[in-house]
Design a protein around this ligand. Structure first.
Ligand code: BGC
Ligand code: NOJ
Length: 812
């Protein structure tokens, strides 16, 4: 069963019933002002940092689900309702939500009153627009009241939800010329405030939550809306809100538009107040913005500009394959999801509360892998921001806060894989952009002024960090954990409530990771090439030797006979081995070791991938391990704390599946690679929405595995490394259009029954038009560029500066 459909022309997903299995959401904002919005207008907004600068309040895991949002109420003499269905949940005669790229439009109709609200954040602005248009489809005139409602958050979302002894006393607002200003703590150390404005003259307003709702009443039944009268309340303390009341009369057939603006503004410290010695906000800088964006013309222009922005961005790489789901994901939704993960890392979604995590080091570095071609400048900046948090040892803070860009250990430290991902991110960026100069850019360590060194030095230290921490099998020590946060081999937690992410009881000198070993090999190969390019032969041969040793260690201590082992525990016993009772085989080392090229020449790679197929793959994807842990193991940690089939304990942890797709493509098995791609492609799963439950337009972190009670049920949609890795798998390995240091490689490994495909790809300022034709059943490729046959599979950008290339690829 489906709850909507894809409108590919408009690049929208159209939800046709409000009670989707879970809130199906979208993101607003591109640069600094952001919001999340559900298909029933739930969600919240923040400036840069979902924890430290939260603008509106949202209560996670509430009942009913997803109450708190950007609400509008419509009232006539006998009735009131929410045009977005929530929070009143009164039946609508018609309902439709269109989630598009950076905007959401919710349309509905009840008792002949039709409404449409378009929510978006204009480019370059720190505000969101709600453009409401109401039409009277009745035969007679309608007298209506429109109420808006948001609940303000007192900035720091953590403090906001626990420090009530203070917070019930600090709320402050101003209302001036019908604009509501939320200014809690502005009198003291803050220089920012929020405004909520409306394009129509007000019949009233409210800023105190209880005055608006009435005591013991909820957002589903505010007393002001029920009675049709605002109380003009001024919040002092308690819970500041913003609500406007507008009265309109609509002739039969008549439409009226109302614009609401919710925005964030900072004032220079010296000019916070006007008059200067008062406590009144100086509106000099904000009023021109408000006046401008309350004009329909400005709003319309901003919406056109937003659409253009996305069209240009996504237009940089378009494919036309025989598979609809591939086209839809690559051209629209997968690319869009990558931009969202770039902006938010794992901080704010309907599963990530915005207070638990900032920008993850390994998450953000992996998010960079797929899309440097979309926004190279911002990718560059992100790489340097991440490098600046790197520790002098070469290690990494596990995360940093976007507002301060400073690293912290709040969710653990010493994840020994972290620093290696930086090498991959830098390599991906250079391959895409050809911008070798980035290696000379200076970045500090641990953000300490005076410690600056080149990015080249940073990535060398990333690799050295691994070499400084090898165990008795010459494999890398795992530290707190590697990519799999839940494989906690030095934690040994036996006390309820202890965090697996921060507790360590063992010294960490024994447990080793085959996964990090594979990742190290991939990273060193990049480093060797980079060192060769910059002419540093010493570094190149140093890393070549280190890599060769690591490859040997993997082959002798990381191979289990039919697949790669996962790790060695604190006793030196293998994990992910046929010797184990449970967790005999893990997906991660099979993917990463084959991607590192290990065993491709001697059959190990093929055996490993055959084992994946036999033991881990099922119809909803490839599970992380098998058999899942039924018992809790002190020496393994969080992984065994999850019920079998969920999360790291044997779900389809989607992030890992593209590694297998890439590995399959690398050994030339295009049908198998594409089959795996299809199993977790959200669009291909749309028909299973009742089971899958999460949005059919984006990847989720996990799909319950074969040992789960409900195999096929997804969780944790949106913020997952799955987005960039799947994009890499399909575009660079299956379709085979892969940036390299020398040029754009085109080496597809597509299904046998595809006759070909075509693509346009912007690469280093040149537009490649690519036609791929299958003329035989193998994977070998010959290429014609502008009609001339070239050698090999790499197409360099033209020496003569030409801006277009025609590339014909023949697969034999
Ligand atoms: C989750 C992991 C996550 C970790 C850190 C664990 O509970 O299962 O997926 O990476 O927490 O937040
Ligand atoms: C989610 C985390 O964000 C990511 O960093 C980690 O690799 C996976 N969970 C696997 O545990």
């Amino acid at each position: 069963m489906q709850f909507g459909y894809f409108d590919d022309k408009k690049k929208e997903y159209v939800i046709t019933q409000p009670d989707t299995p879970l809130p199906w959401i979208n993101y607003l904002g591109n640069e600094a002002y952001f919001g999340i919005i559900s298909n029933t207008a739930g969600g919240y907004s923040f400036y840069k940092d979902a924890r430290l600068r939260r603008i509106t309040r949202y209560r996670y895991n509430n009942v009913p689900l997803d109450v708190g949002g950007r609400y509008i109420y419509i009232r006539d003499e006998s009735d009131f309702w929410s045009p977005s269905w929530q929070p009143t949940r009164k039946d609508l005669d018609e309902y439709e939500c269109r989630h598009g790229l950076g905007y959401t439009i919710i349309k509905s109709k009840r008792n002949g009153i039709e409404s449409q609200t378009k929510y978006f954040v204009p480019l370059g602005q720190n505000l969101e627009v709600w453009e409401l248009s109401i039409t009277n489809r009745r035969e007679v005139e309608a007298g209506l009241s429109i109420f808006s409602a948001v609940e303000f958050c007192l900035w720091d979302a953590v403090d906001d939800s626990n420090n009530y002894q203070r917070n019930y006393s600090i709320g402050e607002v101003e209302v001036e010329n019908d604009v509501i200003y939320h200014k809690s703590e502005y009198r003291e150390r803050r220089n920012h405030f929020v405004y909520f404005a409306c394009s129509q003259p007000l019949a009233g307003f409210d800023t105190q939550r209880e005055e608006f709702l009435g005591s013991y009443r909820g957002w589903d039944n505010p007393i002001c809306v029920q009675q049709g009268v605002s109380h003009n309340s001024k919040a002092t303390g308690w819970q500041p809100i913003g609500s406007h009341h507008v009265k309109i009369n609509l002739e039969a057939g008549e439409t009226k538009n109302i614009i609401f603006l919710l925005g964030y503004q900072e004032n220079p410290n010296a000019e916070k107040f006007n008059p200067p010695n008062s406590q009144i906000i100086n509106k000099k800088y904000v009023l021109p913005i408000i006046q401008d964006y309350l004009k329909e013309e400005t709003v319309n222009k901003a919406f056109v500009a937003l659409n253009k922005y996305w069209e240009n961005l996504l237009g940089k790489f378009m494919v036309d394959t025989p598979d609809l789901h591939t086209n839809r994901m690559v051209n629209i939704w997968n690319a869009y999801q990558m931009m969202v993960t770039f902006n938010f890392s794992r901080s704010a979604s309907y599963f990530e509360s915005g207070i638990g995590r900032g920008m993850g080091f390994r998450d953000s570095t992996q998010d960079l892998l797929g899309f440097s071609h979309l926004i190279p400048d911002r990718a560059r900046e992100r790489i340097l921001d991440l490098a600046a948090t790197q520790l002098p040892s070469g290690g990494a803070y596990h995360q940093y806060q976007p507002l301060t860009k400073l690293g912290n250990n709040d969710i653990g430290s010493d994840f020994n894989d972290d620093p290696l991902w930086l090498v991959l991110a830098v390599a991906a960026y250079i391959k895409e952009s050809g911008d070798w100069k980035i290696l000379d850019e200076k970045a500090p360590f641990d953000n300490q002024p005076g410690s600056e060194d080149s990015l080249y030095e940073h990535i060398k230290r990333s690799l050295q960090y691994t070499l400084d921490r090898l165990g008795s099998h010459s494999l890398p020590l795992i530290g707190r954990a590697d990519w799999n946060d839940c494989l906690n081999l030095n934690c040994f937690s036996d006390t309820p409530g202890q965090s697996f992410q921060t507790t360590t009881n063992k010294e960490g000198k024994v447990a080793e990771s085959v996964f990090i070993a594979g990742l190290f090999v991939i990273a060193t190969k990049e480093m060797e090439t980079i060192a060769r390019y910059v002419g540093n032969e010493n570094d190149r041969s140093h890393f070549y030797n280190a890599r060769t040793k690591m490859e040997n260690a993997i082959k002798s201590h990381g191979w289990d006979g039919k697949w790669f082992k996962r790790a060695y525990d604190n006793e030196g016993d293998p994990i992910g081995s046929s010797q184990c009772q449970e967790g005999k085989i893990f997906i991660e080392p099979q993917g990463i070791c084959v991607m590192a090229g290990i065993g491709i020449d001697n059959g190990m790679a093929e055996d490993a991938l055959n084992s994946v197929k036999e033991r881990l793959a099922f119809k909803h994807g490839i599970v992380l391990l098998e058999p899942a842990y039924k018992n809790y193991y002190l020496n393994l940690g969080e992984i065994s704390s999850y019920p079998p089939g969920y999360k790291e304990n044997g779900s389809v942890f989607c992030h890992t599946n593209p590694w297998i797709m890439i590995a399959e493509a690398m050994i030339g098995r295009g049908d198998q690679a594409f089959d795996y791609y299809h199993r977790i492609n959200p669009s291909a799963r749309e028909g299973l929405s009742e089971l899958h439950r999460c949005e059919p337009y984006v990847y989720s972190q996990m799909i319950a595995g074969k040992e789960a009670l409900k195999p096929g049920e997804a969780k944790n949609s949106w913020l997952t490394g799955t987005a960039s890795w799947n994009y890499v798998a399909i575009t660079q390995y299956i379709l085979g259009i892969r940036p390299t240091y020398e040029g754009l490689q085109i080496s597809p490994v597509i299904p046998k029954n595809w006759k070909g495909f075509s693509a346009t790809r912007e690469f280093r300022g040149c537009e490649f038009t690519i036609h791929v034709e299958r003329i035989g059943l193998g994977n070998s490729v010959s290429i014609e560029v502008n009609g001339e046959i070239i050698e090999g599979t790499i197409v360099p950008t033209p020496d003569n500066g030409a801006k277009k290339l025609d590339v014909h690829v023949f697969i034999q």
